[in-house]
Design a protein around this ligand. Structure first.
Ligand code: PLP
Ligand code: TYF
Length: 394
């Protein structure tokens, strides 16, 4: 039976990780996979996470099952962090999931249960797992224009025109902040316009929020999401704790379903419990408990926020340094978009040949679409990358 299986295409980002590991060149630079790294190239455990784990180790008295939808304290704390003042328990169904990816999968499943013929509109380009999960599920997908190759900003006119084609029963997938893979994001005014269009179409927005706190700040990065939530009666939000808590391998995420009334909330909550039960029964709890411990303790929360700000500030400084280095080397402002982009990623707009040249000749690894992970840089590697970009003819 198993010999009937067909070989699957590997995840290109994860394959690149393997290729980097196998490269024996001294001074190689990994700007591939989206994992935060400090100046020494290390992905640290955040101080508050360590402290929360110590506390849990001392105080936890049972590892018995949690509930199907995950611990209420975790779901409340996360919903409050994402929604701020808009948090309204009577309107929200919540589900603890296996990372942000699990939240996306369960969100797509939930949407399809409610709307079997749905189409999902996704930004072109988007995180490859969005389209690959939807393809595997057999869901029809429709790309909407997003990235403007010329300006390396958002093609907002194109985006608006394409989103207007959605209709009731469709899902519009939006990146809440720190767009992956481009780094180009909507302004507050543009989020309001997107809300207008979503409202007109009657489609259901689904927001992927995987980098809250990595762009303009914890509250600022939730602003787009909150604009949509304020304006649209039904919204799905798939959020990840992997990046902002640095707990990638703990697999903590959450799906929120904002509904128009308590009866719909109860239906959504029941369907969410069903979906977890069909997939893996109970969601993982350790990472969720770390997050809850941090978010519900004033001192830990303050320390976590301070460290998250250090991480964010470090990436902004690297952006500024890289843009400045490229300004000098190119004698132009054409790389200033790197400073405007937010989050871990920027799409350079290099050709696959140029990306290959940067890898072969400089041992610098970018994803094939010329996405670079800003957090993979440090003060020494910024000028090396800038030189490589210019020498490759970007
Ligand atoms: N969505 C986007 C856009 C991502 O980049 C990621 C990956 O980091 C995720 C969702 C999900 O992350 P995870 O499943 O590791 O929590
Ligand atoms: O885009 C990235 O690099 C991150 C990490 O299958 C990631 O989102 C990459 C591939 C993948 C899961 C996570």
């Amino acid at each position: 039976m198993l010999s009937n299986l067909k070989p699957q295409d590997p995840d290109k980002i994860l394959a690149l990780m393997g290729e980097f590991k196998a490269d024996t060149r001294q001074g190689k630079i990994d700007l591939g996979v989206g994992v935060y790294k400090d100046a020494t190239g290390h992905t640290p455990i955040m101080r508050a996470v360590k402290a929360a784990e110590k506390r849990l180790q001392e105080n936890e008295t049972s590892k018995s099952y949690t509930v199907l939808v995950g611990e209420p304290a975790y779901r409340d704390a996360m919903a409050k962090m994402i929604l701020g003042d808009l948090y309204a328990p009577e309107r929200i169904a919540t589900l603890a999931t296996v990372g942000g990816t699990g939240a996306l999968r369960q969100g797509f499943e939930l949407a399809r249960m409610a709307s079997p013929d749905m189409r999902v509109f996704y930004s072109n380009p988007t995180w490859p797992n969005h389209t690959s999960i939807l393809k595997w599920m057999g869901v029809e997908t429709v790309p909407y224009r997003y990235f403007d190759d010329a300006t390396r900003g958002v093609d907002f006119e194109g985006m608006k025109a394409d989103l207007a084609q959605a209709k009731k029963g469709d899902v519009i997938l939006l990146h809440g902040c720190c767009h992956n893979p481009t780094g180009a994001n909507l302004t507050v005014a543009q989020w309001n316009e997107v809300a207008d269009i979503v409202e007109r179409t009657g489609a259901t927005p689904m927001i992927d929020l995987a980098y809250q706190g990595f762009g303009d700040g914890l509250e600022e990065d939730a602003e787009g999401t909150r604009i949509i939530v304020k304006r649209i009666p039904e919204v799905l939000i798939a959020a990840s704790c992997s990046k902002n808590f640095g707990i990638y391998r703990e697999r903590s995420g959450i799906l929120l379903a904002l509904t128009s009334d308590p009866a719909a909330r109860d239906l959504a909550q029941g369907a969410m419990a069903f979906l977890n039960r069909q997939t893996y029964s109970f969601p993982p709890d350790h990472g969720a408990r770390i997050v809850t411990t941090i978010l519900t303790d004033d001192a830990l929360r303050a320390d976590w926020k301070a460290e998250l700000e250090e991480v964010r500030g470090g990436m902004l400084r690297l952006r500024a340094n890289l843009a400045s280095e490229l300004r000098t080397l190119s004698g132009s402002n054409r790389f200033d978009f790197i400073e405007e982009h937010r989050g871990m990623f920027s799409r350079l707009g290099a050709t696959p040949e140029q990306v290959k040249k940067i890898k072969d000749e400089f041992a610098i690894y970018l994803v094939g679409d010329s996405r670079l992970n800003i957090a993979g840089l440090n003060d020494e590697s910024v000028p090396i990358l800038a030189r490589a970009i210019i020498d490759a003819g970007v």
